[in-house]
Design a protein around this ligand. Structure first.
Ligand code: 5GP
Length: 188
């Protein structure tokens, strides 16, 4: 997606350890016009899939996911990173955080993800794929079908994309970063 790529080159910043900071338009301050165009692109790329629900993981996936849900008139559910005491019929999975380098438990209520669901998973970044594998685990526990996984930015020098595509998951990434070596952003 050209406008996104231009924005990453213009405003993205490299941090040591292969981290791309995009917090002036995605991860902290958000650009709703860009976000809407991102959502339109996801809708186009997953056209024809029998999706009945959009699922994401808090926090940064929520903005693109809600835009996609709005365009498709579908409910949006976000996987939670803290287990609320009041959640009923909780399904859980353990995820390793790339940015924080620790394990955490994610959860979703079986009330909002079950065997009738055909989901489109949306997230901001695909790095090593840990969040996505957590989502796959939750979907399996719920009996839900994953129709596709869409990422705003995929870091192709990490392993996530390969892991997901090997599982025959339809993966779409709107900007693919081939390298952040020497703190230079190289996009595909
Ligand atoms: P994964 O689980 O695929 O290893 O990493 C995905 C999650 O880690 C994303 O949801 C995102 O929050 C975070 N993440 C991974 N790499 C980056 C990065 O380079 N920049 C930012 N801002 N977040 C990242």
């Amino acid at each position: 997606m050209e406008a996104l790529k231009q924005r990453i080159l213009q405003d993205g910043k490299c941090f040591p350890g292969g981290i791309l900071k995009v917090d002036s338009f995605i991860n902290h301050q958000m650009d709703p016009d860009l976000m809407l165009n991102i959502a339109k692109e996801f809708v186009e790329r997953f056209k024809g899939k029998p999706i009945n629900k959009v699922v994401t993981i808090e926090a940064s996936g929520i903005a693109p996911a809600i835009m996609v849900g709005y365009l498709l008139h579908l409910p949006v559910v976000f996987v939670k990173k803290k287990q609320p005491k009041t959640m009923e019929n909780m399904l859980t999975s353990t995820v390793h955080s790339f940015t924080k380098d620790r394990e955490y438990t994610v959860c979703i209520s079986n009330d909002f993800l079950n065997e009738t669901d055909h989901i489109l998973f949306i997230d901001d970044f695909l790095a090593n794929g840990n969040a996505s594998l957590g989502m796959i685990d939750l979907a399996a526990k719920a009996g839900a079908t994953i129709e596709g996984m869409g990422f705003v930015i995929e870091k192709a020098f990490q392993n996530g994309g390969r892991q997901l595509r090997e599982r025959n998951i339809h993966v779409e990434s709107l900007a693919i970063v081939d390298s952040l070596d020497d703190c230079k952003i190289v996009l595909r």
